[in-house]
Design a protein around this ligand. Structure first.
Ligand SMILES: O=P(O)(O)OC[C@H]1O[C@H](OP(=O)(O)OP(=O)(O)O)[C@H](O)[C@@H]1O
Ligand SMILES: Nc1nc2[nH]cnc2c(=O)[nH]1
Length: 195
């Protein structure tokens, strides 16, 4: 398929969102290479154990899908959906479970997959919640982290990229439910927010 005028150069399909993108922070190739690196590290650390991946919906769904396929270990997958009350670009730390896990995680080696750690409030709440269910181990693998936005420190064993404190979209991350399907991660033009 030929590249359209709106597609950022060399980034492949953008599903027509090109005109809304201000700049690309991480290309599809950078993201996929990092996922292989993270999965190799996790496979070494968990050798001989079965990992239960817990994906946090909806943002982590693309990350979960690519990570699980890159991970050379017997793996099971669970999903949890939480909602952080707040504006469309920030969370508040008041978290509500929209969808809980389908299984008991006691005595399981749980690896939480998050798309992004921004303030850390969502993950801080989630780790307390999951920790109370007595897993054999509980660790976090986050694709993105914003060190300058952290409000609460959370123990994160695996991090893909530390990024600047800007609102990003793509690869699972949305603005008003759009842009999750982009294969790369970028920022939006200011006019996109103005309505
Ligand atoms: O560190 P924090 O400031 O708490 O932000 C991180 C959370 O925000 C996003 O979820 P969101 O609530 O936007 O839901 P979504 O995954 O369904 O898009 C993201 O997926 C993290 O779960
Ligand atoms: N889409 C999106 N969701 C977030 N949730 C917390 N930080 C972000 C961000 O930068 N982008």
């Amino acid at each position: 398929m030929s590249e359209t005028a709106s597609t950022p150069a060399g980034l492949g399909p953008d599903h027509g969102y090109g005109p809304d993108i201000h700049h690309v922070l991480l290309s599809e190739e950078q993201i996929q290479a990092k996922i292989v690196e993270l999965a190799d590290q996790v496979a070494r650390d968990y050798a001989g154990r079965e990992v239960l991946l817990v994906g946090v919906l909806k943002g982590a769904v693309l990350f979960m899908s690519d990570f699980a396929r890159a991970l050379r270990l017997p793996t099971q997958m669970e999903f949890m959906a939480v909602s952080s009350y707040g504006s469309s670009t920030s969370s508040s730390g008041v978290v509500r479970i929209l969808k809980d896990l389908d299984r008991d995680i006691s005595d399981r080696h749980v690896l939480v997959l998050e798309d992004i750690i921004d303030s850390g409030l969502t993950l801080s709440w989630l780790l307390k919640n999951l920790g109370s269910r007595r897993p054999a181990s509980l660790e976090v693998c986050a694709l993105l982290r914003k060190p300058d936005a952290i409000k609460v420190e959370v123990p994160v064993r695996y991090v893909g990229f530390d990024i600047p404190n800007e609102f990003v979209v793509g690869y699972g991350l949305d603005y008003a439910e759009r842009y999750r399907d982009l294969p790369y991660i970028g920022t939006l033009k200011p006019e996109v927010y103005g309505d």
